[in-house]
Design a protein around this ligand. Sequence first.
Ligand code: ADP
Length: 313
Amino acid sequence: MKNSNLPDNAIEISDLTKIYKNNKEEDLIALNSINLEIPRGSMFGLLGPNGAGKSTFINILAGLTLKTSGKAVVWGFDLDKNPRSVRASLGVVPQEIYVDPFFSPKETLHQQAGMYGVLPKDRNVDFLLETLDLEDKSDAYTRTLSGGMKRRLLVAKSMVHRPPILILDEPTAGVDIELRQQLWAYIRKLNEHGTTIILTTHYLEEAEALCDNIAIVNHGEIIRCAPTKEILSDADSKNITLVLSKEYSDKSTIEKIGGVVDKDGNISISYNPKQETSRDILKKSEDAGLEVSDFSVTGASLETVFLSMTSKK
Ligand code: ADP
C-alpha cells in the first residue's frame, strides 16, 4: 500500500470540550478541553470509569453529539469542514446489540453497504464474513445467531464501507470471558489488516490485553496518555492486596498508607520494591490500625495504576 498520502495520526483532537446544558441543574462538563493524538495503525484504548466522558467523545466523532468547542481531525478531515469525509473514515460499533432478525448476515452487510453507496463490485462482504468467522452462518436468519456472533456481525457491519478507523464502544460489555477472548482475536486481526482501532472500556484487562497505547479518562479529562507498557511500569512493579478481618471505612487511613479499595473490598497498595518490602507495608498498615487477615503480592496491574490515579481526583 502506498503510505505517503496517509496521515500520521488517525485522529487529532485539540481543546475538545463538551458541555451538556441542563435547564434545571448546573451545566455538566463532560469533556474538558481534551487534547489527543491517535497514531495511524494503533490499537488505542480510552479507559475510564462510567461517566468519565468516553461515549461523549465517540459520539462527537461519529456525528451523533455536537461538540461545544475545540477541533477534531479524523483521517486528515476537519469535523467542522468535512463531516461527510469524517463519517466515511469511521466505522462505529455501538454498545447495544441490534441486528435485524429477519435478514441473514450476508443480506445485512449488503444492505449496509448499499446505504453507504458502496457498489456491489467493491463490497468486501465475503472478506468480512470470513475474517469474523461468520461464513457458516452467512445465509442463516440473524435471529438464530448466538450473542457473540451478533456482536461480530455488528463489527462486520461497521466495516462494510472499508473505513480506515474502527471505533468500538465497550466491545465486550456483557460478553463472557471465552467470547471476549475470541472477539479480541478478531479485533486484532482487523488491526493486522491495517485498521486503526479505538476502543473504550472500563475493563482494565481488556485495555491491557489489546491496546498498544492508552488514554486514561476521568471526569472529562485525560489524566494520562502513554504506551501501555509505560503505564504499567508507572507502578514500579509491585502490588500488595490486603484482606482485612474487619471492614474498614475510614478512607483517610487507607489513603495515608497509599492504598485504594479494590472491587472486592480489599485494600490494594502499589509500592516500589527497591524502596520497601511487603513486610514494611504490612507493618505500616497494622500500625495505622488495620487488621490484616491475609495478603497477596503481585506484579503491577493496570488496575492498580488506574485506581491510584483516579482516586487522587
Ligand atoms: P462514559 O461513556 O465514560 O460512561 P459519558 O460520555 O456517557 O461517559 O458521560 C459523561 C458525562 O456526561 C456523565 O456525567 C453523563 O451523565 C453526562 N451525559 C452524557 N450524555 C448526556 C446527555 N445527553 N445530557 C446530559 N448529560 C449527559
